[in-house]
Design a protein around this ligand. Sequence first.
Ligand code: ZN
Ligand code: MN
Length: 478
Amino acid sequence: MSHLVTIGLETHVQLKTRTKIFCGCKLEFGGVPNSQVCPVCLGLPGALPVLNREVFLLGLRAVLALQGTPSTVIKFDRKNYFYPDLPKGYQISQYDSPLGVGGSIEIRSGDKTKKIRLNRLHLEEDAGKLIHDNSPDASHVDLNRAGTPLAEIVTEPDLESPEEAYDYLTNLKAILKSIGVSDCDMEKGHLRCDANVSVRKNEKDPLGKRVEIKNLNSFKAVKAALHYEIGRQSEAVDKGETIVQETRLWDDDRQKTISMRSKEQAHDYRYFPEPDLVPFSVAKEEIEKERKKIPELPKEKKDRFMKQYRLSVYDADLLTQDLAIALLFEDAVRLGSDAKTIANWITGPVFNYLGEHATGIEGTKLTPALLVDTSGLVVRGDLSLQAAREKVLPEVMEKGRKPQEVVLEKGLAQVSDDAAIQGWIKEALESNPKVVQDFKSGKETAAMFLIGQVMKKSQGKANPGKVRELMIQRLKAL
Ligand code: ZN
Ligand code: MN
């Protein structure tokens, strides 16, 4: 039987600043270990943290874009725990006065939309990174990451399936990218997620014991881990076993969760106010100034695309997840192309190319003008859709070449010229007298064979619509 599922997500997002949250160390990915550190982020005695103003402003912008209420007093706290990658023995975070409370993100739930409420957004510093594979008998620590500014965004337990969790993360990423607060590059660890999940049999039962899953490094892993964990807990509940409240680790290779430790309670962290950072209040004008920097959000853009360009929810959704894609679409349409045609080009062949090459649109040489040129060749009948998708577009995207040039070089020009097509038709009829006879005696499918012969003779270059039209004309006249 199926169980009721309750999911909450905690997402850590790296804010897009040049330097760390409490010191001036650079934030560059892939530096030599421990080359981007100073007394503050190394946690040396006596070193004092200073809040990076940009971190606060980006966090504020995120709170506002997520419809949350910004706190008017900014206060930091120490979260104490021992782990070798945490040099101070505590993490500077925010406990009882987070940067923002409330807010929501809209997601798809079947064919309806649903609001996922947010509990809070707070700022904190990241820890360093342990390296275990440098030598067989020692672990090393790289503190370049220590002090990286993070915004932790916590939902209420409103998610009810792995698919909803996936959709929530996709929308969260789209919003944060569009307002410029994070690149949300998962491969660089910009977005990390922990999930809390519990199951119960009936609506009337109390919420089940929460299990927290850590180490979810991709949206795909979130979905897979939740599916696995829901299955595991449902089975246990059915057998009458009790679920223990614990933290489990997702093992991506074995596609299962493994018990890590019993879950800490907040008091285990002995939170107390950070004495080295004085609380400060935020002026209303400052909040309004940041609000003005928020551009059209993906959800608003989606609604506008559906109205202005008469696109389906599906197309509008796909075109507004990524700002660069939305711009490509709108600029191409502005150049005079049909909106639905351009939408099909982007959500079809362009997305295929991006998927195959595991890149974003920025990683290609495609421009709105080149996309319009490519689709125009097909619209005018100078190039077959198939050749355009398979042979021309990849060249354009990879090298930024003009599509007309690729067509010439590869000899792909589609032949729409009547005389040339009539010539092939004549040959096809002459070499297949029996099939022609079949058509005359009422077997209409015989025409399909003859059209195929013409396409073959033209080496696929004849305009199929034109061939069909002329062939039928010719056969009927016989
Ligand atoms: Zn530093
Ligand atoms: Mn955290």
